[in-house]
Write a protein that binds this ligand. Structure first.
Ligand code: PMP
Length: 402
């Protein structure tokens, strides 16, 4: 059977994710992995979820929890999220919220909703690998969105038209981005709003790490800044994607999109067609755990992850050879290293897995054009002090001998 003649054209750019392959290495006990962007499982609110699941599955409640439900999502959870968003400067109601299976699904639906093959998506350079993976199925062209790059809207538009499409959106993660850990300041957020108005494009604000700030003042979400300018969410071109993956647990797959009612209505059609709704039981349990524990759980995570960030930064300062530079993120999960130009982090990883037994993600995976061979991403949330010190010492030896 020659399947290859049967694949749709949209599969051309679909590739196995390098990170998924790397996550398999976590099973080897002698490897210290800073590769996967994963929360520490020891910190999951497991007891709270056990109680919530038991309650949701009681004789009284099981009929709802195990039944089909509406595509928009579980009403009380949408209300809870709308309240949180309102407190974050984004006044909205449940009508502005769609529950998705992780924010990853929101990215897929937004690509499906807006991208015709040949359209342009503006993305960070580097950017979140999973967003590129989601958008690739819709065959866009990517153009870089780099802070401080003051290319005129007219030039960006002309290039998109020459490529046979239209600039549909800018995708960005303004708080502690994956992979760099870097955040956008208020001025940068306002500039992207100006650019979006000029180009008539949408902004996809992907914010799974926004609650995990360990240092510095919070900057308002882009959607909050836009509402302050335009008066109401229904006038706005920003779609906010949120997630419980980093604050509660990723395995339940609960995320959301928050946007103008008109956008949510379209996304609901896609959700209906794709999977009807996100798992009812998981939504109900997430609502119970979020209402009772979120307010205390997230500050606890900030304390632990903030200390781990400090530890990794201190270890890097001790162990890195001359010529290696890194970001100092105020939150999130990642530190981004830039090595001397002649080094290739993918080759170093192959060597590391044989010799020093540490894992990281080679940075080129996050560039749509495969550039950035001398960069790499470290995740600092997973390991305790001893492992971080040992792992970064090994990385220092690896880079020192390169
Ligand atoms: N966006 C970014 C920037 C991410 O780093 C991730 C997870 N690594 C996601 C979206 C997807 O998260 P989830 O689907 O678990 O909500």
């Amino acid at each position: 059977m020659d399947w290859s003649t049967l694949w749709a054209e949209r599969m051309t750019r679909m590739r196995a994710s390098e990170i998924r392959e790397l996550l398999k290495l976590l099973d080897q006990p002698d490897i210290i992995s800073f590769a996967g962007g994963i929360p520490d499982p020891a910190l999951f609110p497991a007891e709270a979820f056990r109680a919530a699941m038991t309650s949701a599955l009681s004789d009284q409640n099981a009929g709802v929890a195990l039944q089909y439900s509406v595509s928009e999502g579980y009403g009380p959870l949408r209300d809870w999220i709308a309240e949180q968003m309102t407190a974050d400067g984004i006044p909205c109601t449940r009508e502005n919220i769609l529950i998705t299976s992780g924010s990853q699904q929101a990215l897929d639906y937004l690509g499906k909703l807006m991208l015709t093959p040949g359209d342009t998506a503006l993305v960070g350079w580097p950017t979140y690998l999973g967003a590129i993976g989601a958008f690739n199925a819709y065959q866009p062209r990517y153009a870089p969105l780099i802070p401080g790059d003051n290319r005129a809207a007219a030039e960006i538009r002309a290039e998109a038209q020459a490529a046979g499409g239209q600039v549909k959106f800018a995708y960005l993660s303004p708080d502690f981005a994956n992979p760099t850990g870097v955040s956008m300041d208020r001025a940068e957020r306002l500039r992207i709003l100006d650019l979006a108005d000029e180009l008539g494009m949408a902004i996809l604000e992907d914010a799974p790490y926004a609650a995990l700030r360990y240092q510095g003042e919070a900057v308002p979400p882009i959607l909050a800044l836009e509402i302050a300018r335009k008066g109401s969410i229904d006038q706005c071109r920003t779609v906010y994607c949120g997630s419980f993956s980093k604050t509660l647990a990723p395995g339940l797959r609960i995320g959301w999109a928050c946007a103008a009612h008109e956008v949510i209505g379209r996304l609901v059609l896609l959700k209906q067609a794709a999977d009807l709704h996100t798992a009812t039981l998981n939504q109900i349990a997430t609502h119970l755990v979020a209402s009772e524990h979120f307010a205390a759980h997230v500050p606890m995570l900030r304390g632990v992850y903030g200390r781990r960030r400090d530890l990794m930064l201190a270890a890097l300062a001790r162990e890195m050879p001359e010529g290696v530079h890194w970001t100092r993120p105020e939150g999130g999960m990642f530190i981004w290293l830039t090595l001397p130009e002649h080094l290739d982090s993918a080759e170093l990883l192959a060597r590391s897995l044989r010799a020093e037994k540490i894992a990281f993600v080679p940075g080129h995976a996050f560039f749509p054009d495969g550039s950035g061979r001398n960069t790499l991403r470290l995740c600092f949330t997973l390991h305790d002090e001893a492992m971080v010190n040992e792992g970064i010492a090994r990385l220092g030896r690896l880079l020192g001998s390169a």
